[in-house]
Design a protein around this ligand. Structure first.
Ligand SMILES: Cc1cc2nc3c(=O)[nH]c(=O)nc-3n(C[C@H](O)[C@H](O)[C@H](O)COP(=O)(O)OP(=O)(O)OC[C@H]3O[C@@H](n4cnc5c(N)ncnc54)[C@H](O)[C@@H]3O)c2cc1C
Length: 441
């Protein structure tokens, strides 16, 4: 997409609005800036950047753990991009380092006779893991596993784009302004067919003019199903097509109302749900090594839980767990934090490592990871709607896969296709006919 192409104006860069200031939106802004388009980009964030999962995730990265799924090539590319980003932005600034990764199985009570297998002292299991560990196995080494600090990385990516001229706008995206488009011009609509194109993004009731809109709102992205609607030709009562495009500051309530009534959704099968997790950040009094722990822990009651324990370069230890299948609240500020669940996570961490038992809690938080019905990411252009892109559904690998997602989106927007990685399997077009089957991730 070379130009805005509206009203005969000769713009050289499209006006790009990225909806959502999580790591996917931030990485997209960063790679657009790398392509020289920083000044064309506005990132709209409802609260503050990285306020949701992108600031509360673990930040574990693995080179090849997705190789058995369609996500493998994206993950491999992204792992390498994280290495580059650590050099470009500063490893310390983004909390990047390579790590050892270990699976440990622990028990609350040692087996009868008191002889749980003590694996301490093994070079693969550090001394600080001094609880009742009954099994361990190596899962990764510094050659193929690493970590970042998700909040630091997300804000560093955004800062880098803003420093080069991108705009960060605090506001709530409420809809898209679309107009009718004939296929074959610079619209992304197929030759010979009619469709729609983006002319603006509605933010707090006001239209921000745009030629490209990237929906990167994590588990809140499903609302775009209502925003992306076929036009009047398909029975829409849309009022957005007749001269309402490109109007800076226009009150848009009538546009939003028209968009969400009557007409057919272009992506009727698009449903993005969330899975809730709690996490705690502890600050132990003694140093812990760069060993990431994927745990299985069996309570005396027989209940088994699987928290993940990630020591960080700043001396803290991040631990997450307690998954819950709960509806996503209407916005990130309303995510409810339950102290009891934080206590549960902390208790398990303390049972595996005594230095974590009494470590002060720096943060107790909860967030939702975004999931599509087939558990695959959703990356790419919206069919029959020029300038509209989706980037969501990254499940538990959104921190890992953000750089590659941002890069391929920047390629799609500037060159019309993703050249660094084949992302056809993640196309939003799979939602055009209804809900896709569960392909697994
Ligand atoms: C506990 C936990 C641990 C995790 N650990 C890892 C890990 O170790 N490694 C890994 O690779 N991945 C991990 N993940 C997954 C990763 O965090 C997510 O996949 C990723 O953060 C999703 O990023 P996002 O930008 O799509 O969404 P989000 O981070 O949810 O960001 C979406 C943003 O959009 C904004 N927004 C929403 N609606 C609007 C609106 N209408 N207008 C304006 N702004 C809006 C929100 O406020 C939010 O800031 C973890 C997830 C969880 C929950």
């Amino acid at each position: 997409m070379a130009s805005g192409g509206q009203g005969g104006s000769e713009r050289t860069a499209p006006r790009i609005v990225i909806c959502g200031g999580g790591i996917i939106g931030a990485a997209t802004a960063y790679y657009l800036a790398e392509k020289g388009l920083a000044e064309a980009v506005t990132v709209v964030e409802r609260h503050e950047p990285a306020c949701a999962a992108s600031g509360k995730a673990g930040g574990f990265l693995a080179l090849d753990w997705n190789d058995s799924s369609q996500v493998g090539p994206l993950a491999r590319l992204s792992y390498r991009l994280h290495e580059q980003l650590a050099k470009q932005l500063g490893a310390e600034r983004v909390g990047y380092r390579t790590v050892y990764t270990v699976q440990v199985v622990g028990v609350e009570k040692p087996p009868a006779g008191g002889s749980s297998r003590r694996l301490r002292g093994s070079e693969k299991l550090p001394d600080w893991v001094d609880g009742h560990v009954v099994e361990m196995s190596e899962m990764g080494s510094p050659a193929d596993t690493a970590q970042v600090h998700p909040h630091k990385l997300t804000t560093a990516l955004l800062e880098s784009a803003v420093t080069r001229g991108s705009r960060l706008l605090q506001g709530c995206v409420e809809g898209l302004q679309l107009e009718e488009a004939a296929g074959g011009d610079d619209t992304g609509v197929e030759e010979g067919k009619s469709g729609r194109r983006v002319t603006g993004v509605v933010v707090d009731g006001v239209v921000v003019p745009a030629d490209v809109a990237v929906i990167a709102m994590g588990p809140w992205s499903g609302v775009a199903r209502e925003w992306l609607r076929a036009g009047a030709g398909s029975g829409s009562g849309s009022g957005s097509g007749s001269g309402s495009s490109g109007v800076t500051g226009k009150r848009a309530s009538s546009v939003v109302a028209a968009e969400s009534s009557g007409s057919r959704s272009l992506l009727p099968g698009l449903t993005i749900t969330g899975q809730k997790y709690h996490s705690v950040v502890l600050r132990p009094h003694k140093p812990v090594t760069n060993h990431m722990l994927f745990t299985g822990f069996k309570y005396a009651s027989g209940r088994v839980v699987e928290p993940e324990v990630y020591p960080r370069p700043d001396g803290t230890v991040y631990v997450c767990g307690e998954p819950q299948a709960l509806p996503v609240p209407s916005n990130a500020a309303e995510v409810h934090v339950e102290e009891q669940l934080g206590d549960n996570i902390r208790m398990v961490a303390g049972s595996l490592a005594s230095c974590l038992a009494q470590a002060p809690v720096e943060t107790l938080q909860a967030c939702y990871l975004p999931c599509a019905p087939d558990s695959l990411p959703v990356i790419g252009p919206v069919p029959h709607c020029g300038g509209a892109f989706l980037a969501t559904g990254h499940t538990c690998w959104g921190i890992l896969n953000a750089p590659a997602t941002g890069l391929v989106l920047a390629e799609m927007i500037t060159e019309g296709r993703a050249s660094s990685c084949d992302v056809a399997a993640f196309s939003p077009s799979r939602f055009a006919g209804g809900r896709p089957g569960n392909a697994g991730a």
